[in-house]
Design a protein around this ligand. Structure first.
Ligand code: ZN
Length: 196
């Protein structure tokens, strides 16, 4: 039986790189994948892109998209899809996660979602909450804290090198910077020791 995966991590944890490596593994075996990315992610422009410079074309999902319909139309075209990969899954809506769950169960097709678990305000993203509720398998993609060498668990928002702890959970396109941090560096970032 296929499974719904949620592979979560902080910013800079190479989630998109991990996705592209998985896509590559399927494709080198002649298998068909379907990539999806939420439209809100302005980095995407119809692609999954990594900081390391890799790009793959992806289906853009906006609030009104039914991802089950997207899957069905690709299935009609390609005859089979071996895996669905979703980047920046935290930016989807919870209803999209329910639709992805249906792809897994009704079509016996694995769906692997990559995304952030919590926002810089230390709250679960709505879609990430739904993924934690519905996924068969949870996997943490690990990286280290920007300031020390502990494992990073949270995302710190910096504006002009000052921490910001309140605001909308999704905030794109400004001058802010996000860095992966451990809990103690989130609470007390040693900003003098390392400029972000
Ligand atoms: Zn730290």
């Amino acid at each position: 039986m296929a499974k719904l995966f949620f592979k979560y991590g902080t910013v800079f944890s190479a989630k998109s790189l991990n996705l592209i490596a998985t896509a590559h593994n399927y494709e080198t075996q002649g298998k068909k994948i379907l990539l999806m990315v939420p439209k809100m992610d302005t980095r995407s422009d119809g692609h999954v892109a990594t900081r390391a410079g890799f790009r793959l074309p992806a289906e853009l999902i906006d609030d009104d998209t039914d991802v089950l319909d997207v899957f069905k139309s690709h299935l009609a075209e390609k005859e089979r899809i071996d895996c669905v990969l979703v980047d920046e899954a935290q930016m989807m809506l919870p209803k999209h996660i329910d639709q992805l769950r249906r792809i897994v169960n009704e079509y016996n097709t694995p769906v692997i979602c990559y995304g952030l678990r919590v926002s810089y305000t230390m709250e679960l993203f709505d879609a990430s909450k739904r993924l934690l509720e519905l996924a068969d398998k949870l996997e943490e993609i690990k990286t280290i804290c920007w300031f020390c060498n502990s494992k990073a668990t949270h995302n710190l928002k910096l504006v002009n090198n000052k921490p910001v702890y309140v605001g909308k959970s999704i905030d794109i396109g400004g001058l802010e910077k996000y860095v992966p941090v451990c809990y103690s560096c989130y609470a007390n970032p040693p900003l003098d020791s390392k400029k972000a």
